[in-house]
Design a protein. Structure first.
Length: 451
């Protein structure tokens, strides 16, 4: 009996230490079993308390009367499947007649408290079937990306969602995106994860970094073109527009619109072209977009209009030509001048880290997901990297990118430097990789020692 008591005490102590220091390990060893039992035991009573039950049907009441049995009670949604994951549980529920997926979504917070779990979210899979994802611990406190991800061409994992799922940046589905974030909000780390994920793919990276290149120039070995000031950025964007027009001419020449060609083979973008002639896709990363829109003189105003016009053209027409925009900035508002809201309308993907004002959050989500505005301005300062990600569908989620140092991103880009394509149109903007020799320090006359 004493030995059994010692073993139980050690097991409880191990569970407490794991839950405090390694919540992921605790979940995989103890938490998943306890949570599954808690959900199954409390399921009927919790659903009844949350108003997610329906009264028995008339034919069931009639059968009970005919058989002289007690009247059946209310019925909760059927559990079609319960699946444990590395971060929580996934329940697939079959709704009863008269129930709606919105009823489950509105009760997520009550389900979280009732099942003693960290977070609960729901989404409708199809008519009558709802998936409820439960997280057993705060997965965003210490982000650990799974070893295996579903990466594909132009689709890279960049962050972890609060429900434990992986957040992907899919350029084929969402061609252009806007990323906002104040200083020290984690925006640069998100950008590094994006570049590191794209570095191993067959894609050309083009960067515009008006902070004299301090963010993107360390990654220069994987970039086909870089600009570190607004003047160079204006010429680079003009070159991209010229490249886009050339790609469209190639698509026109290869459309093969004849009577004997099936419809599926008619080219409408670069992905319908044969592999041997398909142009390499281009991802354009714009850091601190406000620097491109600010001006103080008439000449700078002309340059600004030229830049914004080129960005708007690339956002409207670039997808079919394989040109994708990733626009980043600390501030993005209508005060940046004409054309800004038109540019925003073309940026389907929206990601907002901690911002300094509500107006920036409104520019990010006000036109697609008003509920996300409040979530964006409530991001705490002690959680850098936490962001709200949304798109034009109106859905949004809280995400956090794993911490990637600049050294790690540089090593990844250097390792895949051989994949950097050489585009003739962008050749004048290819970053110079020669390291300048340090200047000799001027001689300083020493002060004679005094006695």
């Amino acid at each position: 009996m004493t030995a059994l008591t010692v073993v139980l005490v050690l097991v409880v102590a191990a569970a407490v230490v794991l839950r405090w220091r390694r919540p992921a390990w605790y979940w995989m060893t103890f938490g998943v079993t306890l949570a599954t039992l808690r959900v199954l035991v409390r399921y009927a009573s919790v659903m009844d308390a949350c108003g997610l039950t329906v009264p028995p049907s008339r034919w069931r009441l009639a059968l009970a009367r005919a058989a002289n049995r007690p009247a059946p009670g209310p019925r909760a949604p059927r559990i079609l499947r319960i699946r444990p994951t590395r971060t929580g549980l996934v329940l697939r529920l079959g709704l009863r007649p008269g129930q709606d997926a919105f009823d489950v979504a509105a009760s997520c917070d009550r389900l979280r408290h009732s099942f003693a779990l960290y977070g609960v979210t729901s989404r409708e899979l199809r008519s009558g079937v709802v998936e409820v994802r439960m997280t057993g611990y705060d997965v965003l406190k210490r982000v650990q990306m799974p070893a295996k991800t579903d990466a594909a061409s132009m689709r890279v994992p960049v962050a972890l969602r609060e429900d434990g799922a992986i957040h992907y940046r899919d350029y084929r589905a969402v061609p252009h995106a806007l990323t906002l974030g104040a200083t020290e909000s984690g925006k640069s780390v998100y950008q590094r994860n994006l570049v590191a994920g794209l570095a191993a793919q067959d894609v050309a990276l083009v960067g515009i970094d008006c902070k004299q290149g301090v963010e993107l120039f360390p990654l220069a070995r994987r970039f086909s073109a870089l600009a570190d000031n607004p003047d160079t950025a204006a010429h680079l964007l003009d070159a991209l527009v010229t490249h886009m027009e050339g790609v469209y001419q190639l698509i026109r020449a290869e459309q093969r619109i004849t009577a004997d060609v099936p419809d599926a083979e008619i080219a409408a973008d670069i992905w319908n072209l044969p592999d041997e002639i398909r142009p390499v896709p281009i991802v354009v990363l714009v850091d601190e977009v406000a620097e491109l829109a600010l001006y103080a003189t008439k000449e700078q105003e002309k340059r600004r209009d030229r830049i914004i016009t080129a960005l708007a053209r690339l956002a409207q027409l670039g997808r079919a030509a394989g040109i994708y925009l990733e626009v980043c900035g600390q501030r993005f508002g209508s005060e940046l001048g004409k054309g800004i809201t038109m540019l925003r309308a073309q940026l389907t993907g929206r990601t907002a880290h901690r911002v300094n004002d509500e107006a920036s959050a409104n520019m990010a989500f006000g036109d697609i997901a008003p509920d996300a505005v409040l979530a964006a301005i409530q991001i705490p300062t002690d959680m850098p990297g936490v962001a709200i990600a949304g798109d034009s569908t109106g859905g949004w989620a809280r995400i956090r990118a794993p911490h990637t140092s600049l050294r790690q991103a540089v090593n990844t880009c250097n390792r895949h430097a051989d994949l950097t394509p050489d585009l003739p149109t962008l050749a004048p903007f290819r970053p110079a990789l020669d390291v300048a020799k340090p200047l000799d320090a001027p001689a300083v006359e020493s002060i004679p020692a005094t006695a």
